[in-house]
Design a protein around this ligand. Structure first.
Ligand code: PLP
Length: 399
């Protein structure tokens, strides 16, 4: 017995691997600062927790509809209308066990061998691997710091072939925090309008974490002609600090939603009934705290970008949203550590940061664009200042 060919095509999530490594080091008593995690550092709001507790007490502890309770689908439909001006009926909505599961269902339900999926790089680590697992072929479009980590319409057009099945758009982005403006989305949409065989997976997971009054839009909203072939994906994990509850969802064409449900019916069945009840409260309750969270993250973004740009050899663009920065580190490549090790790659640099400075970041190579690193600033100001100081010192110590 050995692992399947499909499994051999993928690798374990590199970001989860870093989180596990940081936990091990902390348990061993090492004063390490973890900037690798992809989750808010605050707790799920009380009113959402209470809804979960009430669901348990009320006996909402049984199987539900495979792809979501009617109550949650209605709350999601209202969310899409309220936040995005999009109309989806219950048969156009799929609820899954986290946003990663939404992606997995959509790709596995639609891809055949040889189908191509256009993925802008740097990308969220799961896009290529889920596509590969499903038998598809990722086609990367590189967008570096010089273009604010956003692909251009010409690049998108050049990447599309007759075999292209999906284009994945993620705004605000993990790992860069870059977000497409309405005009930028419309320009990408104009390209997609000319390729009617291509579907769009719009990953809006970081919709509510935006800075400087940036106006969020999603492609099906600004390009209504693409509505029929767009899957608008979102979830509760990041906005509501509900990463552990595992609720993701998407709105799209009824046949696609049905196909995803069929797959889900033979794999996970329904997402957790209690988490679904809590998500109704999250999506329908007072949304006021989302703005407060964004303000908090914006302050941290400014702190981290300012301090990183003072580190020798690091250039850190200013992101529009999410809680990541993606500094470019080409100025450090070719230097040597005090221990005499040459920094050849961004993996070497983050290894040096972890060993010598006790700061955990994730190498750009994991996200498909090097040399760079991803830093999550979803942690306290105090730790961020300490971590950035250590990074500055580590950079200054390179020769
Ligand atoms: N999409 C993006 C861009 C993400 O960064 C993540 C999580 O890191 C997800 C989707 C999925 O989140 P979850 O599966 O935790 O709901």
């Amino acid at each position: 017995m050995h692992p399947s060919a499909a499994l051999a095509r993928i690798k374990p999530s590199p970001t989860l691997a870093i989180t596990t490594r940081v936990q091990e080091l902390k348990r061993a008593g090492v004063d390490v600062i973890g900037l690798g995690a992809g989750e808010p550092d605050f707790d799920t709001p009380d009113f959402i927790k209470e809804a979960g507790i009430k669901a348990i007490r009320d006996g909402q502890t049984k199987y539900t509809n495979v792809d979501g309770t009617p109550e949650l689908k209605d709350a999601i439909a209202q969310k899409y209308l309220r936040d995005n001006g999009l109309t989806y009926t219950r048969d156009q909505i799929s609820v899954n066990s986290g946003g990663k599961h939404t992606l997995f269902n959509a790709m596995v339900a639609t891809l055949d061998a040889g189908d191509e999926v256009v993925i802008p790089a740097p990308y969220w680590v799961s896009y290529p691997d889920v596509v590969l697992f499903a038998g598809g072929t990722p086609v990367f479009v590189a967008a570096g710091a010089d273009q604010n980590y956003k692909i251009t319409p010409a690049q998108l057009d050049a990447a599309i072939t007759p075999k292209t099945k999906w284009v994945i758009l993620n705004s605000p982005s993990n790992p860069t925090g870059a977000a497409y403006s309405e005009a930028e989305l419309k320009a990408l949409g104009a390209v997609l309008e000319a390729h009617p065989h291509v579907w769009i997976f719009a990953d809006d997971m970081y919709e509510h974490i935006l800075f400087d009054d940036f106006k969020f839009t999603t492609i099906a909203q600004v390009c209504p002609s693409l509505y029929e072939r767009t899957l608008t994906a979102n979830g509760c994990s990041k906005a509501y600090a509900m990463t552990g509850w595992r609720i993701g969802f998407a709105g799209g064409a009824p046949w696609l939603i049905k196909a995803m449900s069929k797959l889900q019916s033979q794999s996970t069945s329904n997402p957790c009934s209690i988490a679904q009840a809590a998500s109704v409260a999250a999506l329908s309750g007072d949304q006021g705290f989302l703005k407060d969270n964004s303000a908090l993250f914006q302050r941290r973004r400014d702190l981290v970008v300012g301090m990183l740009n003072q580190a020798e050899g690091i250039t850190c663009p200013l992101p529009e949203g999410a809680f990541y920065v993606y500094p470019e580190i080409s100025g450090l490549i070719g230097k040597s550590t005090p221990g005499g090790k040459r920094i050849e790659t961004d993996e070497d640099f983050v290894g040096y940061l972890l060993d010598d400075a006790k700061v955990a970041a994730v190498q750009g190579a994991a996200f498909g664009l090097s040399p760079a690193m991803r830093i999550s600033y979803a942690t306290s100001d105090e730790l961020l200042i300490k971590a950035c100081t250590r990074i500055q010192e580590a950079c200054a110590a390179l020769r």
